[in-house]
Design a protein around this ligand. Structure first.
Ligand code: AP5
Length: 208
């Protein structure tokens, strides 16, 4: 199973990806997590990416594409992957198609987790993320239930940056919905329901 997860910031892509990984053992390739790890390590990539991320803007395509290529080549991605947060614009989607074609692989589905922007602002303002493993949970959770790490508020989960991220999503990422519909692999799920209900539909859509 090779899947792309689409959806606005805070739609629940990471949450659903965590459940798919637990059940199907797919490689979870989250460009947001990879970039945050680079920022934490203060690598050259991390230093370049931080300014864009803090402003709620997309990191330049080439930096992100190189990261994704490396991950798709890794052993754990051979049996299947979930791309979470990539592609983010048409240029990234076209590059992904050609990379996969060169690897003689293809995408099975682009799954859109659809949530109203009002719900998103509330979710992101209260979200906490694990510093160690990237696990996400609603506010009020101080210790990561998965690894015991410290839960913190991401810099880009502040109200002014959330609105910028939503604007960037509308202008640059939302057009991918039509892109994947045109490739006949778009699947859609209503993400504004309890996590397990959303997952039941995700599972049904991906396994039928
Ligand atoms: P990234 O980390 O990808 O952030 P995002 O797309 O904005 O997505 P989020 O992680 O914020 O949300 P999510 O949909 O995963 O929601 P979650 O499951 O956590 O990117 C960050 C930045 O990195 C970008 O702004 C950009 O700068 C850069 N970047 C990344 N990829 C890039 C790329 N390809 N190109 C260029 N730049 C890139 O859920 C959110 C909250 O809601 C959580 O608290 C969760 O517990 C809760 N929740 C989830 N589902 C439900 C539900 N059904 N009901 C109630 N609560 C729920």
């Amino acid at each position: 199973m090779n899947i792309v997860l689409l959806g606005a910031p805070g739609a629940g892509k990471g949450t659903q990806a965590q459940k798919l990984v637990e059940e199907f053992g797919l490689a979870h390739i989250s460009t947001g997590d990879l970039l945050r790890a680079a920022v934490k390590a203060q690598s050259e990539l991390g230093v370049q990416a931080k300014t864009y991320m803090d402003a709620g803007k997309l990191v330049p395509d080439q930096l992100v594409i190189n990261l994704v290529k490396e991950r798709l080549d890794a052993d754990d991605a051979r049996a299947g992957f979930i791309l979470d947060g990539f592609p983010r614009n048409t240029a990234q989607a076209v590059t992904l198609d050609s990379e996969l074609a060169a690897m003689k692989r293809n995408l099975d589905a682009a799954l859109l987790v659809d949530v109203n922007p009002d719900v998103i602002v509330k979710r992101l303002s209260s979200r906490r993320t694990c510093r160690s493993c990237g696990y996400t949970a609603p506010g009020g959770v101080d210790v990561c239930p998965r690894c015991g790490g410290e839960m913190y508020q991401r810099d880009d989960d502040k109200p002014e940056t959330i609105q910028k991220r939503l604007d960037v999503y509308q202008t640059q990422t939302a057009p991918l919905i039509e892109y994947y519909r045109g490739h006949s692999i778009l699947k859609e799920v209503d993400g504004d329901r309890p996590v397990d209900e959303v997952y039941a539909d995700v599972r049904a859509l991906l396994t039928k």
